[in-house]
Design a protein around this ligand. Structure first.
Ligand code: PMP
Length: 413
């Protein structure tokens, strides 16, 4: 590492705390980005196969112009009448099934889930939650308790379900009974429609329906967390919950909807939202401000990205399946452009350490990916949606070379 990088790292550690997470053994010293490319100060051009926030591509000119134009006019809040805010809420609601007719704005996925939790508790009068094993829903105190991927003491009001295919028919009833035995009825079942932190799975509709039927029957609400897979990333549906055959009572949005401008939203029905608004006077200073709404509207103008997620995602998984024939330790999962590649233990090395080696190796081959899952042994491929076949080819060549190099290093027979 260069002396300049070393000194930045020292300053970062001092200013941000020595345990502030940073990606890659050799950190990425960013300069600027466009489309699916991230440029570093050192002059590298990295293929971004990691970031879903720049949904329509990094620094998309239409989004940048919309933000700049609105910021030069007024950056106010939802207490004033503003065309952008209303138009954006209407556009989101028009894309959702009928019962979801009311939109509340916040600033992040965490805030959206925190608000969804408050709404669910207020509407049901209950205080229990069901989530998946190794779930992640954000950083507030309330949603950290719903994030079983975060190391913490077990919360008595939260029960976990195993991710598919392990999850069994009786499991949801058993979990509800355990909650009941501790004095809690379910206010909500929270599901990241992409099951991202649980290891990236693509279960059939029956899997989700079994759970949601039981939760509804017990009086709880269904919250679809679309922070990872919303806006067409699944390739088949605009919203991930549609792919799962879910009928959520509340949908939460974040990350990609502002293409990098902070923006979160909660979409629910009037009968859930209005009593809560009346009782609490809910208002977020920056949530849904006109600049954020302008960014959100500009993101929605993009066409063909879902079809590209389908076509390129299918092609990418086919090529990965090809690699898995040569490397039987790989198992390919996911849908659209949210793809997981699980790496099993092999040659005396654990899957998670192999995964870390591959992630850092690819970074040296100018490709950004991440690691995910309960054991940290799933490669996470989740690029901006303009990601196309030549980009997939570049990724596959680098991954093939990296896997062969890793095998030669650790299994030199
Ligand atoms: N929900 C899910 C499924 C997420 O993956 C994340 C972030 N990784 C969040 C919520 C929280 O979003 P944010 O960090 O933007 O608050």
């Amino acid at each position: 590492m260069s002396a300049e990088l070393d000194s930045l790292l020292v300053r970062r550690r001092r200013a941000l705390g020595s345990h502030a997470e940073i990606s890659y053994d050799r950190p990425v010293h960013v300069s600027h980005a466009e489309g699916v490319w991230v440029h570093t100060i050192e002059g590298e051009k990295l293929l971004d196969v990691y970031n879903n926030v720049p949904h329509v591509g990094h620094a998309h000119p239409r989004v940048v112009a919309a933000i700049a134009q609105q910021a030069s006019r007024i950056a106010s809040n939802t207490r004033y009448l503003d065309d952008n805010i209303i138009r954006y809420a209407e556009r989101l609601l028009a894309s959702l099934p009928g019962p979801l007719d009311t939109c509340l704005f916040v600033n992040s996925g965490s805030e959206a889930n925190d608000l969804a939790w408050r709404l669910a508790k207020a509407h049901t009068g209950f205080g229990g939650a069901l989530v998946l094993e190794h779930s992640y829903h954000g950083i507030t105190e309330a949603v950290t308790a719903l994030s079983t991927a975060v190391r913490q003491a077990p919360a008595p009001h939260v029960e976990q379900l195993r991710a598919p295919p392990a999850n069994s028919a009786s499991e949801v009833h058993d979990a509800l009974n355990r909650l009941g035995a501790r004095g809690f009825k379910p206010a909500a079942f929270f599901l990241d429609s992409a099951l991202t932190s649980s290891g990236i799975h693509d279960p059939p509709a029956e899997w989700v329906q079994r759970i949601t039927r039981a939760v509804h029957a017990a009086g709880g609400l269904i919250v679809a967390d679309e922070v990872q897979i919303g806006l067409g990333r699944s390739g088949s549906h605009l919203w991930g919950f549609e792919r799962r055959g879910m009928q959520p009572d509340i949908v939460t949005l974040g990350k990609p909807i502002g293409n990098g401008y902070p923006l979160g939203a909660v979409l629910t029905s009037r009968r859930i939202a209005e009593p809560f608004q009346k009782r609490t006077g809910f208002f977020s200073t920056f949530g849904g401000n006109p600049v954020a709404a302008a960014a959100g509207l500009a993101v929605l103008e993009s066409e063909g990205l879902m079809a590209n997620a389908q076509a390129t995602g299918t092609y990418l998984r086919e090529r990965l399946q090809g690699l898995a024939l040569e490397h039987p330790a790989l198992q390919v999962r996911g849908c659209g452009l949210l793809v997981g590649v699980e790496i099993a233990d092999q040659g005396g090395r654990s899957g998670d350490s192999l995964t870390r080696t591959v992630v850092n190796g690819l970074r040296e081959r100018q490709i950004l990916i991440g690691a995910e899952g309960p054991r940290g042994n799933v490669l996470k491929l989740r690029p901006p949606l303009p990601f196309a076949r030549p980009h997939a080819d570049q990724l596959i060549s680098a991954l093939a070379a990296e896997l062969s190099a890793a095998r030669a290093r650790f299994d030199p027979r």
